[in-house]
Each structure stands twice: as structure tokens, then as C-alpha cells.
Design a protein around this ligand. Structure first.
Ligand code: SAM
Length: 241
């Protein structure tokens, strides 16, 4: 089975920004999200972006005045972040986000784990450990922002074939299988080559995380406040220490 690192290396990283609708659009969207939710430096201004990808969150956070440590396993996506975020206060680290504490300053004002990164973790124990360790590093009043897809409802039959993006040269779709605590995501990428259409395929596991379970964990740690919003299967949680 392809693990997460291999999946991004072999298939997803090279088309990630295209698939997301372009880096500029996603950076602008997150700039608006942070502004609308009052996320701007007020304390030590240290932030960590857990599973930063090409920097769709790191870049607007650094523009807003945070000193960002951006952590990801994918060398390709970190290279993209460096290209887009040149000149901004962002340190990139290629490592497992579960090791974040080794790479960040003693105190953080903000931790973000957005764009469905949380579901890439191997198990619920890892999610819980991450949330506890983030709480341990946040300063009082510091915030944690999570956005992830709620994969707990099982998508039925043909609805598990999901067209994601296409243009005249590439067609990207995925197929979901459900196995207990995991969804198996099969990504299918057709690219137009000299000899016709070529198919690249690869799969990886995503954790089926219930947003209400995350809220219970945050409460038990305890974060002082936490809010949950769910829209079209995408959960957004903002918690404050
Ligand atoms: C769906 S992307 C989200 C990227 C970005 N936050 C966004 O909103 O577009 C998930 C990212 O998490 C990274 N990732 C997955 N598991 C990871 C881990 N254990 N440690 C570090 N990065 C990880 C992947 O390489 C990928 O860049």
C-alpha cells in the first residue's frame, strides 16, 4: 500500500496546486478566512502550520505578521511554498508533523492544521496526542485551527466516484472505499501525452474523524473554548487555550 509520503511523491504533489484550483485562489481564500475569524498576531506571534503543503495557510499567516514554522513530509510541496513565500517570515521543515515540538519556539500563539491534513494521521491516538502537545505549547489565549473532511458517513455506491478537476490535458478523479476507521482514497490522474491519455493511479488511507469526537477531546484537554462549524462535509474548529 502506498503510504502518504509515497502517494504525494508519486502522484499528488505535482498536481496539488492545480487540483486545488490554483495557489493564488487558495491563498486569497485563507487570507479572507483568517481575517474573518480575527486571526492576527496579538501575543508572541509564533505560529506553526502542521501539514503546510504548498503554503496556502503559511503565506497569509506570514503576511499578517506571524513568524511561521511550516512542516510537511513532501519535499516537492515545501519547494513550492518556498517559491511562493519567498521573502516572508517562514521556516520550512521536512518532517512528520507529530514531531512539531522539536522544530518550534517554546511558546506558540497559533497552530493550524488545515485542508484535511488531520485525516492523514494513522490513528485516533496520534490525533489526540497532537492536540494535547499543541495545547502544551500554546500561550494562554493562543489558538488552534483545524479544518478537515468528515468521512464518517459512508458515501453510497456510485457516489464514491468523485470527479475533482479536469482541463484539456489532465483529468483527476478519486474513488473511495470504506474500511472501519479508514477511507481508502484511490486517486486517478489521466494526462494527455504524445501516445494518447496515460493513467497514473495510487491510493492512501484517510482517518474517518468525527468532528464531535474532536470537540470532546479538546474539551477534555482542556481548551478554554472551541467552536465547530460544518459545511458540506468540511469541519472547521477553532479552539482557544
Ligand atoms: C491535503 S494536504 C493539505 C495542505 C495544506 N494545508 C492545504 O490546505 O492545502 C495534506 C498535507 O499534509 C502533509 N502530510 C500528511 N501527513 C503528514 C505528516 N504526518 N507529517 C507532515 N505532513 C504530513 C502532506 O504531505 C500534504 O502536504
Amino acid at each position: 500500500m502506498a503510504d502518504v509520503t509515497a502517494h504525494y511523491q508519486e502522484l499528488l504533489a505535482e498536481v496539488y496546486s492545480w487540483l486545488a484550483g490554483g495557489a493564488d485562489a487558495r491563498i486569497a481564500e485563507n487570507r479572507a478566512f483568517f481575517a474573518a475569524n480575527g486571526i492576527a498576531p496579538r501575543g508572541c506571534a509564533n505560529a506553526v502550520d502542521l501539514g503546510c503543503g504548498p503554503g496556502f495557510q503559511s503565506i497569509p499567516l506570514a503576511e499578517a505578521g506571524f513568524a511561521v514554522t511550516a512542516i510537511d513530509l513532501s519535499a516537492e510541496l515545501l519547494a513550492e511554498l518556498k517559491t511562493h513565500g519567498g521573502g516572508l517570515n517562514i521556516i520550512t521543515v521536512q518532517d512528520d508533523l507529530l514531531n512539531f515540538a522539536a522544530h518550534v519556539p517554546a511558546r506558540l500563539e497559533l497552530a493550524v492544521c488545515m485542508g484535511d491534513t488531520l485525516t492523514h494521521l494513522a490513528g485516533f491516538g496520534d490525533v489526540e496526542r497532537l492536540l494535547r502537545e499543541v495545547h502544551g505549547r500554546l500561550e494562554p489565549g493562543g489558538k488552534l485551527v483545524l479544518t478537515f473532511r468528515n468521512l464518517t458517513p459512508e458515501t453510497p455506491y456510485a457516489d464514491r466516484f468523485i470527479p475533482l478537476r479536469s482541463d484539456e490535458n489532465m483529468v483527476f478523479s478519486c474513488f473511495l472505499e470504506f474500511e472501519g476507521d479508514h477511507a481508502i482514497v484511490h486517486d486517478l490522474l489521466y494526462t494527455r501525452g504524445a501516445a494518447g491519455w496515460e493513467l497514473k493511479k495510487s491510493f492512501y488511507k484517510k482517518l474517518r474523524i468525527s468532528p464531535s469526537w474532536v470537540m470532546l477531546v479538546l474539551e477534555s484537554i482542556p481548551f478554554r473554548t472551541a467552536s465547530l462549524r460544518e459545511e458540506r462535509g468540511l469541519a472547521t474548529i477553532i479552539a482557544e487555550k
